[in-house]
Design a protein around this ligand. Structure first.
Ligand SMILES: Cc1ncc(COP(=O)(O)O)c(C=O)c1O
Length: 380
């Protein structure tokens, strides 16, 4: 095959260049009015009171935990079927991640298993909306309320999602987002957090920038004024250039979701009925954010498939192998194979196929044909 099918391609161009030029014409490159405009529009998109632009979802989760007073001696319930950043943020805050296995048909944390993991030390639940499918937030909120826990959402995959009428952040203390290079909204590296809690928002704003009472934009607007360091903070503030790249994308986010939906339907039509391949379930009444398009294969076929697809010029990624078995986390948390069998099974079988809004239909067809012919060869 001579055509190369990339795993992902961004569609940033003229509108983003123009927006960046607008920032460069002004005096403030760091956190300023462009970030404030993005925050206001991002909060409005999600129907939340407050949004904060930050440098990553990892930093957002770290700060959310700190702002909620979660640290040494505390436990945070989360999923092993995620990127390592989810567990790393909990450890960075000084707390301990406690994994709960996932649903076999979605890969999301299994709400029915969460309560059994609650102890006296549990302070929060940190669910991950895997691939763009919101977790069962109503079930998780009920458990959190019963045990006095906070919920911090890892919504790195899910800006656009809605489930049972709930959007990210709708039933949580804080939701955290990633604008990493391949995300549905991207500025290369970046993130955001949303909350309806005004007190928490003020604390997060200070934690985001060294615990300072003024930032460079304030000093520019108001003239120099002495500032104070109120708390120990971090350096997680989004800058105006990042916000400029995000603003035009926010305008077309829902249109891009329609394109993603169309491609997902095309994949599903061709792959949905194969008996050697499983597609994650889409629960009723759900708007999926369609960040990734994973397929789950028989385990022995997965690694061979990745290699063969690569040989045919087709890019794929694995999201994810269960993270409790990475060397560091296994040692740090005392985890071993078999601890979370559902996550491990998905981790052994999953492949994320090429998927981005401007992907040509013909490439979807090429990928599906390649999957089928490689599987036929493998299965004999
Ligand atoms: C599920 C999940 N959580 C957290 C992160 C971390 O996001 P960031 O790179 O913005 O820190 C990612 C990034 O890929 C992710 O996929």
């Amino acid at each position: 095959m001579s055509t190369k099918v990339e795993f992902y391609r961004h569609d940033l161009g003229a509108p983003e260049l123009e927006a960046i030029a607008g920032v460069l014409k002004g005096p403030i490159l760091t956190t300023g009015d462009t970030v404030a405009e993005f925050e206001q529009k991002f909060a409005a998109y999600l129907g939340r009171k407050h949004a904060l632009g930050v440098t990553s979802c990892t930093g957002a989760m770290h700060m959310a935990l700190l702002a909620l007073g979660i640290g040494s001696g505390d436990e945070v319930i989360t999923t092993p079927m995620t990127f390592i950043a989810t567990a790393a943020a909990i450890l960075e805050a000084g707390a301990r991640p406690v994994f709960v296995d996932v649903e076999p048909d979605t890969g999301n944390i299994d709400a029915a298993k969460v309560e059994a993991a609650v102890t006296k030390r549990t302070k929060a639940i940190l669910p991950v909306h895997l691939y763009g499918l919101l977790c069962d937030m109503r079930a998780l909120r009920a458990i959190a309320d019963k045990h006095g826990l906070a919920i911090i959402e890892d919504a790195a995959h899910c800006v656009e999602g809605i489930r049972d009428g709930v959007r990210p952040g709708g039933l949580a203390e804080v939701a955290c987002f990633s604008f990493y290079a391949t995300k549905n909204l991207s500025c290369g590296e970046g993130g955001a957090m949303v909350t309806d809690d005004s007190e928490l928002y003020e604390k997060l704003k200070m934690l985001r920038l060294h615990g300072m009472t003024k930032n460079a934009n304030d000093r520019h607007r108001e003239g120099y004024q002495h500032w104070d360091m109120k708390i120990l903070g971090w350096k997680y503030n989004m800058d105006n250039i990042q916000a400029a790249i995000l603003l035009p994308q926010l305008e077309r986010l829902d249109r891009k979701l329609v394109q993603r939906e169309r491609l997902a339907n095309r994949y599903t039509e061709q792959l949905g009925k194969l008996n050697w391949l499983q597609l994650p379930r889409l629960p009723e009444g759900t708007t999926h954010a369609r960040h990734l398009f994973p397929v789950w294969l028989d385990a022995p076929l997965r690694d061979r498939m990745i290699k063969e697809l690569h040989g045919r010029g087709i890019g794929t990624v694995v999201n994810y192998r269960a993270i409790h078995l990475t060397s560091f986390l296994a040692q740090e948390l005392g985890c071993k194979p078999g601890d979370f069998p559902v996550a491990e099974s998905i981790g052994d079988r999953t492949i994320s196929l090429p998927y981005y809004p401007t992907m040509p239909d013909a490439h979807v067809d090429l990928v599906c044909d390649a999957l089928k012919s490689i599987a036929a060869e493998f299965r004999g």
